[in-house]
Design a protein around this ligand. Structure first.
Ligand code: ADP
Length: 447
């Protein structure tokens, strides 16, 4: 019975347009495997067209090993008596299925492995109504996972002495897709919320100015200045959102330019000088000689990282105090992950892959602001995250600055760390791969 069953099922597999060729392969493989297990392979009569085997020169592919190694869980279920729902058994489960469903025996009652009613109902439909069905399955545990389960009848296939019917279950892991859908939905909800607040305030003031404040010159001036601040806030939000999406779009392409970090810091310190003076805060750069800390990077993006970190430090530093901006060449991963001071908490917000042995250029911004509580550190690079209850001098931030920094540094294949102690201050360190220059006695870019 084995060979004819196999042929019939390969034909059936075309009912899965999405799964395509791999589905046909799986079905053919499972059936050959089952047929072999029953010793019904070689001598069985063949009906229907011969299988396409030219590529294997008459030899059968190693279906059993192939199925065992397919990353999607695959289970073959047999059932005979429609009225007796206890007779459904799994007769094959590949390694992924055994691992997921903690299957220890080669066969057993289906309900010992799967208890989800939708899957059991789909199995009934496949075995006794020849229906193919898709359903979703959620597994809990340390990490929640979402699976798309397809249940397909193996039409014409019978198995076992009593002529069991067969159904094939394949599970596809859709956790990542679900997670990114959720992230996108959350992001849209947060972005709309952030924009709605200043918009509502603007609309309210427009109404007031058209109504009872129409002839009140003082009130009008006051309201117009608040409206201006709200419009500015919306502009900052839109600018940051646009930058973030542009950075994300190009994040998979590493930059190839050369950026002298010393020059970048000088430019940012010059640009932020007036703001620092207005706040009574001193910006103190600590820089290496020219050309000794050249990063493999995109100049505009490196300037943006520097500006965001220095602006944050400025925002939270009290009048009369100093923000230190240090550039360090020949920086390595071990130094990056080592705290600079004994007190406080230290966390890597982004860690580059394959960092061991590589040389980096680091930008380290140190402030003596309020610091950030240990529990809040992991959330700093989340979009729209702002530490609650923090006193901000004038403009409230968008909560996107550090997310932008993280995505830029990630594009540069670099890292980002934070060290902070409440009441003492914070140190942010962004590091990106260094270009070796003639000054180092080498000319090739870092790998
Ligand atoms: P924002 O535009 O609000 O500054 P960021 O993403 O740059 O957004 O920062 C997120 C939050 O992290 C800030 O709202 C603030 O609560 C906190 N934060 C960032 N930098 C510092 C700092 N140097 N000192 C204290 N808190 C900081």
């Amino acid at each position: 019975m084995g060979a004819p069953v196999g042929l019939a099922i390969v034909g059936e597999a075309s009912i899965w347009p999405a799964a395509g060729v791999s589905a046909a392969l799986i079905v053919a493989g499972v059936v050959v495997l089952v047929a072999k297990a029953r010793g019904a392979g070689a001598g069985a009569p063949i009906t229907g067209p011969p299988p396409a085997r030219t590529a294997f020169a008459g030899r059968e592919p190693p279906f059993a090993i192939m199925l065992e190694h397919i990353v999607d869980p695959i289970i073959l279920v047999a059932g005979m008596d429609e009225a007796d729902i206890g007779d459904r058994r799994f007769v094959f489960a590949n390694a992924a299925a055994r691992d997921l469903l903690r299957i220890q025996r080669p066969d057993g009652p289906l309900t010992t492995a799967v208890r989800a009613p939708e899957i059991l109902a789909a199995v009934e439909g496949a075995l006794f109504a020849q229906e193919s069905r898709e359903t979703l399955y959620e597994t809990r545990g340390v990490q929640e996972r979402f699976w798309r389960v397809r249940v397909t009848p193996l039409t014409g296939a019978e198995w076992g002495s009593g002529g069991d019917r067969l159904a094939l279950l394949t599970l596809r892991d859709e956790t990542e897709v679900r997670r990114s859908e959720r992230t996108r939905a959350n992001f849209l909800a947060n972005a709309s919320h952030e924009l709605r607040t200043p918009l509502a305030s603007l609309a309210g003031f427009v109404e007031t100015l058209r109504g009872h404040a129409r002839d009140d010159v003082d009130a009008r001036e006051r309201f117009l200045s608040i409206m201006h601040a709200q419009a500015e806030r919306m502009r900052r939000l839109i600018d940051d959102l646009t930058s973030l999406s542009r950075i994300e779009l190009g994040e998979h392409i590493p930059p190839s330019g050369r950026v002298d970090m010393r020059a970048a810091v000088i430019d940012v310190v010059d640009a932020l000088g007036p703001l620092a003076a207005e706040r009574g805060v001193t910006l103190s750069p600590v820089l290496p000689p020219s050309d000794s800390a050249v990063a493999l990077g995109d100049r505009d993006q490196i300037l943006q990282v520097t500006q965001n970190l220095v602006e944050n430090a400025l925002k939270y530093t009290p009048t009369g105090k100093v923000v230190t901006i240090e550039v360090l060449g020949d920086f390595d991963f071990t130094t990056a992950t080592t705290a600079t001071a004994p007190s406080g908490a230290h966390l890597s917000l982004l860690t580059p892959e394959h960092a061991a042995g590589k040389r980096y250029v680091a930008l380290r911004v140190r402030d003596v602001g309020p610091g950030i509580a240990r529990a809040n550190l992991p959330r700093l690079t989340e979009r729209f995250y702002r530490v609650e209850g923090q006193r901000v001098l004038d403009k409230p931030g968008t909560g996107l600055g550090l997310a932008i920094v993280k995505h830029i540094v990630n594009r540069h294949r670099g890292g980002l760390t934070v060290e902070s102690a409440e009441g003492v201050g914070s140190v942010f360190t962004a590091y990106v791969p260094q270009v070796q220059t003639a000054a180092d006695g080498a000319v090739a870019p870092a790998p």
